[in-house]
Ligand binder design. Structure first.
Ligand SMILES: [Fe+2]
Ligand SMILES: [Fe+2]
Length: 169
């Protein structure tokens, strides 16, 4: 598996998945998005825990809180998909998952808002730091957040397509 920051450099073509088999789309989402996202979220968690120990700024606390909410919601969402929804879609029963899919679309809207908030907070952090204070770590943080935003953008777009196709199947 490539490192998550490298994954974001390969552009996803969502429209290419409009006609391929649903099972292949499910596998693609797990391999190209869920696995790298788990790794990336774990890297971000470790980095933020370390930065928080050496930095008492209020703004970093807000970023860490936002990230932890995002992390919890994303891992729950991935878990529900891999344990419940994706097996249903693989068994060609996706069309009967109307309620779960509607709930997941609400989860996705919340998760997308958290990603936007995280990126905003990350940029603010970087812009307001005095030079020299662990500059490399904050640059790394910004790179990880950018990679996260890119992965999440394609991840959610593909799942929106998956949901619509599953409901129509
Ligand atoms: Fe999802
Ligand atoms: Fe997902």
């Amino acid at each position: 598996m490539s490192h998550p920051t490298a994954m974001s450099e390969q552009k996803e073509s969502v429209s290419a998945w409009e006609t391929r088999p649903l099972e292949a789309l499910v596998d693609h989402i797990v391999v190209r998005y869920h696995l790298p996202l788990r790794a990336l979220v774990s890297d971000l968690h470790t980095l933020l825990q370390r930065l928080r120990k050496t930095d008492s700024q209020q703004m970093l606390c807000a970023l860490v809180q936002c990230f932890e909410t995002f992390r919890e919601e994303l891992l729950l969402d991935i878990g529900k998909e891999e344990d419940v929804l994706f097996p249903w879609i693989r068994a060609k029963r996706g069309a009967s998952a109307v309620v779960s899919i509607a709930m997941m679309q609400q989860d996705h809207a919340r998760i997308a808002a958290l990603v936007a908030e995280l990126c905003l907070q990350g940029r603010t952090q970087l812009a307001t730091r005095s030079p020299g204070t662990d500059a490399l770590s904050f640059l790394y943080l910004e790179r990880l957040l950018t990679a996260l935003a890119d992965l999440m953008h394609s991840h959610l777009a593909l799942e929106e397509l998956l949901f619509v196709r599953a409901l129509l199947s």
